[in-house]
Design a protein around this ligand. Structure first.
Ligand SMILES: *Cc1c(COP(=O)(O)O)cnc(C)c1O
Length: 231
């Protein structure tokens, strides 16, 4: 590695580079500057790595496990009151209380049992995180999310029956397919469901997601480096 590589490979340099790529993708898509929010996915990385990005101005972070977020973020929040924490991994109903207490946005509502548990905890706690419904756009059996044909009705049921603050959709396209058609499908479903937010796009495909209207991109390894252990 040369000296200049070493200088370029810092948290600040990575954050600047990703920010510039998002800004460029917004311009190409004729979208307003700043219309896409970068969620820095810090799963598996220690609090020091999160601190390094906070020092560069990043405030929005994503975690995929309630327990891991609970271990890392309360202390970070004490020091930085303006952090915004997103749950991007599957939620079990027995973790709904902790999730409502800890997260500002939950991207992974995907079944009635979770909707019921969240409604209960929101009513009890008075905290009202923004909610997104995860859609299994590739209909992969091993993947979470409601099937595309049920997504619009599920959003309506969450809002009407459970009075939940559902404001968007989220997807993780199949790893072995081009993501564009999946992002297009999610965008269409969000229009039909009447929700404004679209959480889609990761390190390898966030620019494509911006072209299809992503409002939140979830970027981990391109910001933090390759993960020390599987998530
Ligand atoms: C880990 C993860 C990401 C980030 O993935 P990278 O490829 O590291 O950017 C995004 N979304 C979800 C749901 C994840 O679990």
């Amino acid at each position: 590695m040369t000296d200049s590589d070493a200088r370029d490979d810092t948290p600040a340099a990575r954050l600047t580079a990703i920010g510039a790529r998002i800004a460029r993708a917004e311009r190409i898509a004729h979208r307003p500057a700043g219309s896409v929010k970068l969620v820095a996915v810090s799963k598996t990385f220690p609090a020091e790595d999160v601190e390094a990005l906070i020092a560069c101005g990043q405030r929005v972070f994503g975690e995929n496990r309630v327990q891991e977020a609970k271990a890392k973020f309360p202390a970070l929040r004490e020091a930085h009151a303006d952090l915004e924490l997103h749950l991007i991994g599957p939620l079990q109903s027995n973790k709904a209380r902790e999730a409502v207490a800890l997260f500002d946005v939950i991207h992974t509502v995907d079944r009635e049992k979770i909707a019921v548990a969240l409604a209960e905890e929101i009513a009890k706690s008075g905290r009202r995180p923004q909610l997104l419904v995860q859609v299994n756009t590739g209909e992969e059996p091993q993947k979470a999310g409601v099937p595309p044909r049920e997504a619009v009705a599920f959003v309506a049921r969450c809002r009407d029956t459970f009075a939940l603050p559902v404001v968007g959709l989220m997807c993780i396209p199949p790893a072995d397919e081009p993501p564009g058609p999946h992002f297009a499908l999610l965008q269409k479903l969000a229009g039909e469901a009447g929700v404004p937010l679209l959480s889609m796009g990761m390190s390898s495909d966030f620019e494509t997601a911006v072209a299809f209207g992503a409002t939140h991109v979830r970027v981990g390894s391109a910001l933090f480096g390759s993960r020390p252990y599987p998530a």
